[in-house]
Design a protein around this ligand. Sequence first.
Ligand code: NAD
Length: 244
Amino acid sequence: MSTELGRFRKWVEESDNIVFFGGAGVSTESNIPDFRSADGLYNQEYEYPPEQILSHSFYIRNSQEFYRFYRNKMLFLDAEPNKAHCVLAELERKGKLKAVITQNIDGLHQKAGSERVLELHGSVHRNYCEHCGKFYTAEDILSLDGVPHCTCGGRIKPDVVLYEEGLDNDILAKAVYYISHADMLIVGGTSLTVYPAAGLVDYYQGKKLVLINKSETAKKADLVIKDSIGKVFESLLLEEHMDQ
Ligand code: NAD
């Protein structure tokens, strides 16, 4: 085992107020593409860049094209949690991890059993009629054609924070609280380029900031592990380290 992994395990063992902050890279091992990896959505050819398609103004002006992209590239309803999601849920059950703060919209942390999940960018699993507020599931969105409409005739919008839209203040405040009180902050699978979410990491005040990412990020950390996040979390599974 590498020195980095050994140190990571030791810190997890010592800590009982861990917070995890993650992004799209947490779900690539569940076969959901991220944005900025070599095979991520930014490196695939589209008529418009994903950032533009996933913006509020594009959604308003070009709803048909928005939903074509959204159904093809953002809805992965058969995806299953991977080792990273599962070990994080296990750490929460053991009382070591206090919150998962995610930029992801796929719901995989909850599917793995995590209960305290702060979804900074919303979730594909919640959709509402813009006119009457009626709730729709992600399965409903997949089964409807074109721009999905409610039985009342209103357009249905995913509860996902699009570019140009603001984040929920209550979720942001909770994220700041958990991060600023954490004894260990694990940041993983994120390029830390999407703001304001990425700026939340700066609220951490401790000395155990761990960054697990396959590619370089601009952020400085106390421990940097440049590896697959599933593999890194799987290394915590050895019995003597999970049993307390
Ligand atoms: P990003 O695509 O900008 O960056 C992902 C990072 O994760 C990259 O630096 C990459 O090197 C790393 N990575 C990929 N697979 C990894 C792995 N297995 N192990 C370790 N590192 C890995 O993603 P971001 O920073 O989250 O920002 C993109 C935005 O896109 C977010 O706001 C998010 O809401 C959204 N998004 C979400 C999903 C999802 O819900 N699964 C998928 C795509 C995009």
